[in-house]
Design a protein around this ligand. Sequence first.
Ligand code: TXA
Ligand code: MG
Length: 319
Amino acid sequence: MAEIGKDIVRAIKLLEAGELVGIPTETVYGLAGNALNATAITKIFVAKNRPYFDPLIVHVPSIQQAERYVESVPEKALILSSLFWPGPLTMVLTKKKIIPDLATAGLDTVGIRCPRHPLALEVLQKLDFPLAAPSANPFGYVSPTRPEHVNEQIGDKISYILDGGPCPVGIESTIVGFEDHQTVVYRLGGLSIENIESALGKVTIQSHSTANPKAPGQLKSHYAPRKWLVLGNIGQLLKTYGQVPVGILSFSKSFQEIEKRNQIVLSPSGNLEEAARNLFSGLRELDKMEVTVILAEEVPDMGIGKAINDRLRRAAVQP
Ligand code: TXA
Ligand code: MG
């Protein structure tokens, strides 16, 4: 198992030595390594059991630092970075040669992001290289939002996890690109579409294509727990699944007919930010319960609720 602690100096030494460290970000925990070092990048793919066609996000401490790694920063990207960086926004930009092809799966673009978590920012500011950091989970499983989640799943592959507490956003960054002057959203995430549109006007959302996905976070099964998850009206579903042991993942209500310990209520007060924060840990808890099927419902489709619903739909089995 890895050690969990708050020793930034130790984390920095490991990263400088080309080793991997679990790091907190405001969205989810990342599995970080030197983005300019092909050996460190290879270690990330191996530890995650991640296919090499799935490019990594590169983390920087500021837009000024991002400019060292991308050919140019378009006007729209500049606007978004000034409003939403540091924060849960990844921008896909044309990369410079200094970023190894391995990190971007051979693409000539790189996904680049400045995270808002104070520990992540401090580490990035103290390093003289950027950090490649995918979510710190095995490929295809739910992202970790607490240091213990990282330890449970890949603790045998790394020696240290920097403890930044539970992730305050809880859902991965929104990924945005700029194609022919159009703003395209490749993955719904922690920064809402409404926020992006208030800055740039109408955007195109492309996060549902499954054929040859530009962002494999788009693959349907990408956020799946190991148990069956059925999405719909929970009250109705209970009539069908009432005979088997079920777990419930609801937005704000609980259901009397089901034992309390088998229910996760994402936000009893109906707050979408709180629901996002609790989503992935809720899915993990349900996976560990002695239930056969998880019954879940969508949340209001606005703000970060859109990203929550996106993850729920991908986690669900097809009816
Ligand atoms: O919130 C986050 O973004 C977290 C934290 C750790 O920063 N990271 C994260 O990384 O979610 P990962 O590797 O789990 O997801 C990265 C997604 C992938 O689906 C990948 O395909 C997409 O970003 N991506 C990376 N580079 C890209 C590029 N050049 N073009 C299109 N998509 C890209
Ligand atoms: Mg991921």
